[in-house]
Design a protein around this ligand. Structure first.
Ligand SMILES: [Cu+2]
Length: 120
């Protein structure tokens, strides 16, 4: 009799813990600013081709640098940024569209990074 009551109490406690856990993991986080940097040397991204991760609604800030003047193109968002050799340029935009998008050095058709936007 006593054991059964304890069991029921534990089940109840477990259910409460599960619900609390679910509530915490489902709570949507506030939009953030995500900062990234791409440095290209002779058409190759230094440190390799990285994936920049953001969540829908985040502000994305990408710092571009290159030793050869060229256009950086974020596919999907269709944002093109001309970067002059030796001069840093910053592109800021709102990550509204979810998905995985190529960032390309347009003239060389070289993938320099990926932007991955997850649903919030
Ligand atoms: Cu392109």
């Amino acid at each position: 009799m006593v054991k059964q009551r304890n069991f029921r109490y534990l089940t109840f406690l477990f259910a409460i813990l599960m619900m609390t856990g679910a509530a915490v993991s489902c709570s949507s986080s506030e939009p953030e600013e995500q900062n990234f940097r791409i440095t290209v040397r002779d058409g190759e991204p230094s440190g390799g081709v990285q994936t920049f991760e953001a969540k829908q609604g985040d502000t994305v800030l990408i710092r571009y640098g290159t030793n050869v003047t060229g256009n950086f193109h974020i596919h999907g968002y269709d944002i093109e940024t001309e970067v002059v050799a030796g001069r840093e340029r910053v592109e800021i935009f709102l990550a509204e569209t979810t998905g995985r998008f190529e960032i390309e050095l347009e003239e060389l058709e070289e993938t320099v990074a990926w932007l991955e936007v997850q649903p919030r």
